[in-house]
Design a protein around this ligand. Structure first.
Ligand code: PMV
Length: 306
């Protein structure tokens, strides 16, 4: 018995979303975290990474471990004792790359525990639990990662507001390229906070403009006016640069994408490393993906949105 949860990418609005501006995110269903359940003597979580397996037990591992915290929260919520189960976790999602790998692993683990105790857990409740684990990593996460990952649907996300699904009027392809540079979201989020606190009069308008871009992008996506997204992506990238969360490697991939004719390109997620996204002209996705690999991306994904 195996359950899973997808990766995610943010299309518009990262960072400003922490300050209650809207942001748009979509699941990346082809890259996932998995949890497999096997009957055993006691309860144990085994996390398999590329080279080795790490084993965690409820009694001996503290809640500062994200997996144990998720297990405890889920069992507490379900009012169930630890099941006689070993849960094996594995994930295809690169770590610290803006794909939401932590939230995806937590979501898969929560589903596996529910199944092991013979219950099911609704997405809204699971989302709340995953958010609490995200707080352990990030301090002040907006909640966008857990929401898009748990619901596995495109979302128009505003911090603290009810789930608002994003309709996609016309399917389109997007190229995602990974700089291969690991960057921790809490660092860039902390730097943006300091920037904001030092000079709110300069930074608030940047957040406001990003919010306006996200609202316009929603209308364009719903109307199927995909070509309008390119300019919005380019503008959003410039504003993220102003927030200091881009990097030479991200900028290089963004400019390389535009140089081979991408309609638009921007960094995606926390920035400083991790991923960028580029919107190809119709039919040009392979050309764009190859150009990004040549420009130094360690991985590229062509994904269909909608
Ligand atoms: O997890 P990432 O790297 O995709 O970044 C999350 C997006 C931020 O807006 C930077 C932070 C947040 O909590 O929303």
């Amino acid at each position: 018995m195996e359950v899973s949860a997808p990766a995610k990418i943010i299309l518009f609005g990262e960072h400003a979303v922490v300050y209650k501006q809207p942001a748009l995110a979509v699941p990346l269903s082809s890259i996932r975290a998995y949890a497999r359940i096997e009957p055993a003597e006691g309860f144990k979580i085994v996390a398999q990474d590329t080279n080795e397996a790490h084993s965690f037990e409820l009694e001996t591992t503290g809640v500062e471990n994200a997996l144990i915290l998720m297990a405890r929260l889920t069992l507490e919520y379900l009012k169930a004792p630890p099941p006689h189960t070993t849960i094996f976790l594995r994930s295809d999602i690169p770590l610290a790359s803006g794909f939401g790998s932590g939230a995806a692993v937590s979501a898969a683990l929560g589903r596996a525990i529910a199944s092991a105790v013979g219950q099911s857990i609704d997405n809204e409740s699971l989302n709340t639990l995953v958010y609490r684990v995200e707080q352990l990593h990030h301090g002040t996460p907006s909640g966008i990662d857990n929401t898009v990952i748990v619901h596995e649907k495109p979302v128009y996300f505003v911090r603290g507001e009810r789930l608002d699904l994003l309709k996609i009027g016309r399917r389109f392809k997007l190229v995602v390229a990974d700089t291969g540079i690991k960057a921790h979201t809490h660092v860039s989020v902390g730097d943006v906070r300091r920037l904001f606190e030092q000079d709110p009069a300069r930074i608030q308008p940047v957040f406001d403009e990003i919010g306006e871009i996200a609202r316009t992008a929603r209308r364009a996506l719903e109307a199927g006016e995909i070509d309008l997204l390119g300019d919005l992506m380019n503008r959003n990238h410039s504003l993220l640069k102003a927030l200091t969360v881009s990097s030479p490697e991200l900028d290089h991939l963004v400019y390389s994408a535009r140089a081979v004719g991408a309609v638009g390109a921007k960094l995606s997620g926390g920035g400083r490393g991790g991923n960028m996204i580029a919107l190809p002209r119709q039919g040009d996705e392979e050309l764009l993906a190859n150009a990004l690999l040549k420009a130094g991306a360690v991985r590229v994904y062509v994904t269909e949105i909608g």
